[in-house]
Ligand binder design. Structure first.
Ligand code: MTE
Length: 325
């Protein structure tokens, strides 16, 4: 199927793009440790690494580093930025994993954020005005992709419930639909008609106001490099990474369950909920274990990515629904 051929995370390892650090490393592992070392060194001296180090000046830079919230701890080391910034998914720009070099036309300012729908306070504001209304903090979260790789990231941002409070949803609001910017002049793959742009994601209001739902502005104690979804993205550590929409420009409160980008494309494989569960395999990937992109270690996957104590209650009574994909 045509669409399938363009979906990076569906590529068999043999078809991985040459710049894909993660898959390259896996191939290298098969070929021997010497080759592995060589590939790693080559990648870090690539243009993508230069983009990472050279982070574009950002008007919010003085807000960093934000104090770390000690409530969210990790049982494994933080993934080095040199790894995590070269293993990204941002389909608007690239179907491979090294996204930075495809983002040369991307500008993080001006950036307008719209809040509309079933709210008492519909509003549109510049991102820096939004930042004045919230308090930044840093959180260490595990990040689990449906492709069965994982990392641990120090995100900076603010709880999504603070944005919900700014909107003041009416009693009819049950869901929040989020949209990425739409500008094919900036994001070349938005011309690819096989996908329905813009990228859309959705949450229930209960999920959005759960303490873990985090709107991210920065990583590693500074404004997020573009490929991480600057200047505003979502992070939901108990769900597969595709729910964590990047480059957000709009939050619409609604009474209808939003249909997400992937769900619209392939509803038989990607649903609305997408909670991490090692016992429910995706058609192409077992979810029983995951590979740490920094160490190459394969570790067992934990239900809700280990965040069950925070979120399991959200899904009580929904057991008969397709809550795992
Ligand atoms: N958001 C947009 N707008 N476009 C995308 O292609 N990819 C998703 C998600 N958010 C994506 C997106 C997927 S598949 C994953 S795994 C995560 O972003 C990757 O986040 P990372 O690059 O910070 O690891």
């Amino acid at each position: 199927m045509l669409i399938r051929s363009r979906r990076g995370w569906e590529l068999p390892e043999s078809a991985a793009t040459p710049e894909d650090v993660y898959l390259n490393r896996r191939q290298a592992m098969g070929a021997g440790a010497m080759l592995l070392a060589g590939l790693g060194a080559g990648t870090l001296s690539s243009p993508a690494a230069a983009q990472r180090v050279g982070d574009v000046p950002d008007p919010s830079a003085s807000l960093y580093p934000a104090p770390r919230n000690p409530r969210y701890t990790l049982e494994r080391p933080v993934t080095p930025e040199a790894k995590s910034s070269l293993v990204n998914n941002y389909y608007e720009f690239s179907y491979g994993k090294v996204v930075g070099p495809s983002m040369t036309r991307f500008q993080r300012r001006p950036w307008l954020v719209k809040i509309d729908g079933l709210v008492e306070k519909p509003q549109e504001m510049g991102i820096d005005d939004l930042f004045k209304k919230v308090k930044f903090e840093e959180r260490l979260y595990r990040h689990r992709c449906v492709e069965a790789w994982s990392m641990a990231v120090p995100w900076t941002g603010f709880p999504m419930k603070d944005l919900v409070a700014l909107a003041a949803p009416t009693s009819g609001a049950k869901y929040i639909k989020m949209e990425t910017f739409l500008d094919p002049k900036v994001a070349p793959n938005q011309r690819d008609f096989r996908y329905t742009w813009p990228y859309v994601e959705g949450l229930t209001l209960e999920e959005a106001t759960n303490e873990l739902a985090f709107l991210v502005t920065g990583v590693y104690g500074k404004p997020a490099p573009n490929q991480f979804g600057a200047p505003l993205r979502l992070v939901l550590p108990w769900k597969y990474g595709f729910k964590s929409i990047k480059g957000i420009v709009r939050f619409t409160f609604t009474d209808k369950q939003p249909v997400s980008f992937w769900e619209q494309l392939q509803g038989s494989e990607y649903g609305f909920w997408a909670n991490v569960n090692p016992k429910v395999p995706h058609p192409r990937w077992s979810q029983a274990s995951e590979e740490d992109i920094a160490t190459g270690e394969r570790v067992p996957t934990v239900i809700f990515n280990g965040y069950g104590e925070y979120v399991a209650d959200l899904y009580k009574g929904r057991e008969t629904q397709k809550i795992w994909f």
